[in-house]
Design a protein around this ligand. Structure first.
Ligand code: ZN
Length: 273
């Protein structure tokens, strides 16, 4: 079944060339209902002015991207990461975003299990601040190709393990199809996330084949090989019926006319998600 436009949300990074007011106008223009704001999009106007634009837009602010990058070799650097995450939580609260998405971090040559331990400890340390601000934290497992330097949490199972260990209503998962579509345990782990009441957000795009760049070659939904509707079905069966967030990093698409790109997103969302 087609997903309704009332669940379509776009990430500001998807239309990176657009400043926040132009992004808002663009998302309104395609009938989207939500916006996820990347921290860099807040810099030109500042928090107060950005909040005004968001509050007057009629779009629901779904999350702030992103916090994380917790693991580090030294205690000083781990504390710096925590401070930065507290700032991210405060920024989310300031713009009315109920969720900060976490790209958890990794250090080359650090054993992945040690990285995951540091990540779990860091998230535990943030819970009181997040609860005080009324902001939740979504652990986003990243594709294993990023296990060296961007995240030691590479499967939804590992993210669920941290959620179960911390057992805080403040901590859940962000399921991004780009990162998890290949996992043979995906359906099972999505169901487990649901039982943990932990599906906080859901990101879509597509996996281009071949992928030409590890970071910035995501496809528009339907351009690649991810079984989007099947995964959406699993997520909904697990109890999630929140926003479906279009998050596309693409050097190629950022160079195109962003209004055309947004129209393409709208039709791809209706046809393929
Ligand atoms: Zn994502």
């Amino acid at each position: 079944m087609q997903a309704p436009l009332s669940r379509l949300c776009v990430h500001t990074i998807t239309t990176k060339p657009l400043a926040l007011p132009a992004a808002i106008a663009g998302y309104q223009g395609i009938g989207a209902s939500g916006i996820t704001v990347w921290r860099d999009a807040l810099l030109p106007l500042g928090l107060a002015e950005s909040k005004k634009h968001l509050a007057g837009s009629g779009l629901s602010v779904v999350s702030l991207c992103r916090g994380g990058f917790f693991s580090a070799v030294t205690e000083v650097d781990r504390q710096k990461a925590l401070d930065d995450n507290r700032r991210a939580i405060d920024e989310a609260a300031a713009i009315g975003a109920p969720l900060v998405v976490l790209v958890c971090g990794a250090v080359p040559k650090m054993p992945l299990a040690e990285g995951r331990k540091q990540i779990a400890d860091a998230i535990a340390a943030l819970v009181p601040h997040a609860a005080g601000a009324g902001v939740k934290l979504g652990i986003e497992p990243l594709h294993p190709m990023y296990a060296d330097s961007r995240s030691a949490v590479n499967t939804l199972g590992q993210a669920n393990d941290i959620v179960a260990e911390l057992a805080s209503p403040q901590v859940g998962v962000t399921i991004d199809v780009f990162h998890v579509w290949w996992d043979e345990r995906l359906e099972t782990e999505i169901a487990r996330s649901g039982r943990l009441n932990a599906i906080f957000s859901f990101h879509v795009c597509d996996w281009r084949s071949p992928t030409r760049d590890m970071l910035n070659d995501r496809g528009v939904m339907g351009e690649g090989c991810i079984p989007l509707r099947q995964i959406r079905g699993w997520v909904e069966q697990a109890g999630f019926n929140g926003m479906i967030e279009v998050e596309i990093f693409s050097n190629e698409l950022w160079q195109t006319d962003q209004s055309d790109f947004l129209r393409k997103i709208r039709s791809a969302y209706l046809e393929h998600v």
